[in-house]
Design a protein around this ligand. Structure first.
Ligand SMILES: Nc1nc2c(c(=O)[nH]1)N[C@H]1C(S)=C(S)[C@@H](COP(=O)(O)OP(=O)(O)OC[C@H]3O[C@@H](n4cnc5c(N)ncnc54)[C@H](O)[C@@H]3O)O[C@H]1N2
Ligand code: MOO
Length: 410
């Protein structure tokens, strides 16, 4: 078949390629006031309708001068004032200077602005310490952005840096893609909601908290169906309801091979399996597929596996669904300062802590137990140590790839 390794596990890069290729992005757009557009995905290219700054203006509070006047005399009488928003529009006689404030348009003929700290003021007579270079302290029209220049492109997620950029060029409405609707539920008879006492064999549902928290970092609508017990009829009903209202359905649990693991069976019955079983650790039984109206992401029940697979696979998939031009999180080489146990066969996303050592090098230590149920290992970490599929144990001093956590986990 050529798609999988000997254990029938699909390598992560192949799974990512297949998953992203099968995802269609939403096409519906809406027009929003700029102030409401944070975190939406831009559905248009934006070029500037104006120059920024729109006019030559002063970078300092001081005095507008002509250089030729200063070569005659270092003391010039004052001939007027220019404020930001109140330009000097009068006649500017030769041999005089104009008082000017930061941001005020420079008067016609001005060759430099001298900051007031470099002057002595004696009534209306201003004495300058030295002759400045041409154009000193003048901010040129269009030096930031020229009219017609490309500013932001389609597919950009609007950040707190982009909103003021668009305000600067006078854009008050933007066309963006609509928010995704994402349905989530946890499966498992053993799961209880917070606030309820635990009977023997029961645990709290923490996966919906991690999925909800990570989804909250993205700009989308969450429809939470709660905990669904391991009951095929109830699960089928919930799959159908979730698919009817959402663009993406995300579940946790029930994807393994146990007797109560119905997720894969229902996905096969109601839709189509894209893949199931990846060569990654944690997260081997991650399932991806299509339902009639939505894409389906089945996260493994183990809490670390659910978080890691959501972070590594579902976040890029949701980005594609919203038309976002997605930039992968940067990875770096670091020196292992502890041993890391690893069996060849799957790509490990071990939980680790990176820091800069006394020699200025990146170094990484393991957070200890790497069990998929040991959530404290993730809670204490600040990065993944990503150990290649075919590699074995990592010894102290070896180089290992790290991925510091991005804004989804921080
Ligand atoms: N015979 C095999 N058994 C298992 C395999 C396997 O290949 N063969 N894979 C293991 C791996 S790897 C994982 S990961 C898990 C995945 O199992 P499921 O997705 O079916 O999840 P569950 O069995 O429902 O639960 C696993 C574990 O996680 C706890 N859990 C489930 N949901 C939640 C939740 N919402 N919040 C907190 N904890 C949760 C659950 O109680 C179990 O302890 O399968 C292995 N087994
Ligand atoms: O691969 Mo499972 O996700 O280790 O726990």
């Amino acid at each position: 078949m050529g798609c999988c390794d000997v254990q029938g596990l699909k390598p992560l890069d192949l799974a990512m390629q297949e998953m992203l290729a099968s995802i269609d992005a939403v096409t519906e757009t809406l027009t929003l006031d700029l102030a409401d557009a944070l975190d939406y995905i831009l559905a248009e290219d934006i070029s500037s309708p104006m120059n920024v700054p729109p006019f030559d203006n002063s970078a300092m509070d001081g005095y507008a001068v002509r250089i030729s006047d200063l070569t005659q005399s270092m003391t010039l009488p004052l001939a007027g004032k220019a404020f930001a928003g109140q330009p000097f529009n009068g006649d500017w006689p030769l041999g005089t200077c104009i008082r000017i404030m930061t941001g005020a348009p420079v008067p016609k003929g001005c060759e430099a602005v001298i900051m007031q700290e470099r002057t002595q003021v004696n009534g209306e007579q201003i004495t300058f310490e030295n002759i400045p270079p041409m154009h000193d302290n003048i901010r040129n029209a269009a030096e930031d952005i020229a009219i017609g220049q490309a500013v932001l492109t389609k597919g950009r997620r609007l950040t707190p840096r982009d909103i003021p950029m668009l305000a600067t060029i006078g854009i008050d409405k933007v066309t963006v893609y609509r928010r995704l609707k994402v349905a989530i539920f946890s499966t498992g008879d053993e799961l209880k909601n917070l606030g309820q006492p635990l009977a023997d064999g029961e645990i709290y549902d923490s996966n919906r908290y991690s999925i909800n928290a990570m989804l909250s970092r993205l700009n989308l609508d969450i429809i939470d169906f709660g905990i669904i017990p391991d009951n095929e009829v109830l699960l089928r009903e919930t799959f159908i309801k979730a698919d009817a209202v959402a663009d993406a359905v995300i579940t946790s649990g029930g994807v393994s091979v146990g007797e109560a693991d119905y997720t894969k069976v229902l996905l096969e019955e109601l839709g189509e399996i894209g893949f199931w079983k990846l060569a990654i650790k944690p997260g081997k039984p991650f399932a991806f597929g299509s339902l009639p109206n939505s894409k389906f992401f089945g996260l493994p029940g183990n809490p670390v596996s659910a978080t890691v697979t959501f972070h590594q696979l579902v976040v890029p998939a949701l980005a594609k669904m919203t038309n976002q031009v997605y930039t992968p999180t940067p990875r770096f080489n670091a020196i292992a300062a502890t041993k890391m146990k690893k069996t060849p066969g799957r790509m490990d996303f071990q939980r680790a802590i990176y820091s800069v050592n006394a020699q200025g090098q990146l170094e990484v230590v393991s957070t200890g137990s790497q069990g998929s149920g040991v959530f404290s290992s993730l809670s204490h970490s600040n990065c993944y140590a990503i150990i290649e599929q075919d590699r074995g144990n990592v010894e102290i001093g070896e180089t290992v790839t790290i991925e510091p956590f991005n804004e989804i986990l921080n």
